[in-house]
Design a protein around this ligand. Sequence first.
Ligand code: HEC
Length: 264
Amino acid sequence: MRTVNTVLVLGLLLFTGQAFAASADVDWDMEPMDPDLGDMPSLQRGAALFTNFCMGCHSLKFQRYERTADDIGIPHDVALRNLVLSGQQIGALMETAMPPAQAKNWFGAPPPDLTMVARVRGPEWIYNMLKTFYMDESRPFGVNNKVFENIGMPHALITLQGTPTEVCEGAKVVDILDGETGVLDPDGEVIVEPDCSEIAVDGSGLYDEDEYDQAIYDIANFLYYMGDPSRAERESLGWWVLGFLLVLFVISSFLNREYWRAIH
Ligand code: HEC
């Protein structure tokens, strides 16, 4: 009975992980994003992009600049010049410059702290979220998002990406069925639920598409590091432990043979 229970619990644990990953109810095919904690240049670029484009609103207040700089290989003087908010020490927590009262006023609630966001949402979600902003006049900030519908955040990277617009299938028609909005497909059939699962960019950004994808990869990679700063160290330690066990195994099997030789 006990083994059955254990198997059940293990199974459940496995599947809940799956269910969370798959539960995103969006009309966007999530693009894969494999984080790489060994890629220091990517983490460094991610840190620079994050402090420039995101920290005006979001904090990483469970982490200090110093730890970040040490972990991802940025010398302290470079970090002080480029990452740390002016007037602060390298040992300071990575807090946003935005006063909480004003943040509440502008956004309804202060923008969330992002130290742990990659643990909650996953790096792939962050990557896809940053990739799927599109212009939407009806929203307060003029943009919407495929992965986070009705997001209450502006498109912080629009100067890098350029203006993104939603591409829908067929021509847009209004009032086709009792006031409903929809599109016509190429055969003239009415599709009430338009398929707008693509986004086109107008080329007005500083980056081309590949450079933009790299930039948002780097930010997601950096936030992945941030959610668990000791992961890289733990993983490399793990290999040493395995190596040690291997050596121990070899020695003890020789020892084992030695003991039995005396008995036979
Ligand atoms: C002008 C302020 C502002 C800037 C700049 C900004 N954000 Fe946001 N962000 C917000 C607000 C406000 C929310 C909450 C939106 C909501 O809940 O609808 C948010 C939400 C998020 C979330 C979702 C958090 C969650 O789990 O619900 C992520 C991830 C995020 N931002 C990442 C970023 C990144 C990465 C950047 C920089 C490229 C950035 N943001 C720049 C204001 C901002």
